[in-house]
Design a protein around this ligand. Structure first.
Ligand SMILES: NC(=O)c1ccc[n+]([C@@H]2O[C@H](COP(=O)([O-])OP(=O)(O)OC[C@H]3O[C@@H](n4cnc5c(N)ncnc54)[C@H](OP(=O)(O)O)[C@@H]3O)[C@@H](O)[C@H]2O)c1
Length: 315
């Protein structure tokens, strides 16, 4: 594997989706500074963040990170992880993963990030219209040119990842070294479709694939459900409102009282400690939130605490 996110000093990626858009640059810089000072290296962004915010067209997050890297000289330690393929084209449809699109998108990301090489580039959303061979060949050329260090996928089913890994092995193409999926302690109602199918929750099949595949790491986005574990102003999202999750929430609250921590911190610590180990990609918009998440990444859970959490966790 040319890049192993789990070998980084801190098992937590900073979700930078709203940096430079909803979160003003100075505040984003302060969070990036604190994350780096605390030993954090994994910065998560995408070329399309955050095109849906008022006055934005995508690229704001990458530009913000690029300016921070340039101004702070922190390039050495930072691992810049971005994604391509989900920017809407002129017709409003995701531009997808054709070879031409991937190559053009990566050039744009390099420019905005102000780096010569991206550490990890994800195919943001699976694109079944384009042969995997075409996407992987484009990524192969970018790796050969030194523009990417490693490639990964996001929002891709276990079956499609198996297909891609087999193709990579057969044709000496670069292999996905990681997958980034939605994942948290609560489970969505079976059959839930997120964002018209563009977002996938990590299911039992994907967890099993990561467990059995050396060199395929799992990263979890929206691990805190936007803060819903800890905050009354953030309700638990509708697809997560069902009786099995009530039990899970009660256990988190009970354990949080016992440990004098917050339920959201237990969620992050639990995923880091489980098998396969999952790296949370957690967003933050205040220093207090970031401190809580950094502390969670350093928490140790006892075998008994893990047993209690695992007993009702779902896959
Ligand atoms: N691959 C993909 O398709 C995909 C999709 C979505 C996201 N992502 C990545 O994953 C990252 C995180 O995703 P996300 O923002 O959806 O999920 P999240 O990490 O579950 O939620 C982040 C939000 O939760 C609140 N929060 C964070 N820490 C908190 C704490 N300790 N206590 C209380 N509230 C806290 C903040 O909300 P407020 O800002 O409202 O206070 C923060 O903005 C993104 O930045 C992005 O990099 C990837």
């Amino acid at each position: 594997m040319s890049f192993d996110p789990s070998a980084e000093p801190l098992p937590l990626a900073l979700g930078c989706m709203y940096f430079g858009s909803r979160l003003p640059r100075a505040e984003a810089f302060a969070l990036l500074d604190r994350f780096a000072d605390a030993g954090g290296t994994l910065l998560d962004t995408a070329d399309c963040y955050a095109f849906w915010e008022p006055g934005c067209g995508g690229g704001e997050s990458e530009s913000c990170i690029g300016e921070w890297l340039g101004s702070r000289g922190k390039r050495q330690a930072a691992r810049v992880c971005t994604k391509v393929g989900a920017m809407p084209g002129p017709d409003g449809v995701r531009e997808g993963l054709s070879g031409v699109t991937v190559s053009r998108a990566v050039e744009g990301s390099l420019r905005r990030l102000g780096v010569e090489r991206i550490d990890l580039c994800y195919a943001h959303v699976d694109d079944r219209e384009v042969p995997l061979q075409e996407t992987l060949s484009a990524f192969a050329r970018l790796i050969e040119e030194g523009k990417l260090r490693a490639v990964a996928c996001s929002n891709t089913s276990a079956g499609r990842i198996r297909e891609a890994l087999a193709l990579s092995a057969r044709e000496a193409l670069p292999a996905w070294c990681a997958v980034q999926q939605m994942y948290t302690y609560l489970q969505p109602l079976p059959g839930t479709v997120f964002l018209g199918g563009a977002q996938l929750f990590a299911d039992a099949g994907l967890l099993q694939l990561c467990r059995e595949t050396e060199g395929l790491r799992l990263l979890a986005y929206s691990p805190l459900l936007g803060g819903a574990y800890d905050r009354e102003d953030k309700p638990i999202p509708e697809p997560f409102l069902h009786p099995a999750n009530q039990q899970r929430l009660q256990l988190l609250q009970q354990l949080a009282r016992e440990r004098d921590c917050r339920p959201g911190q237990l969620v992050l610590a639990w995923m880091i400690h489980r098998s396969p180990s999952v790296i949370p990609v957690a967003g933050a918009s205040t220093s207090g939130q970031l401190e809580a998440n950094l502390a969670a990444a350093r928490m140790t859970l006892s075998p008994e605490e893990m047993r209690r959490l695992d007993a009702i966790s779902g896959p």
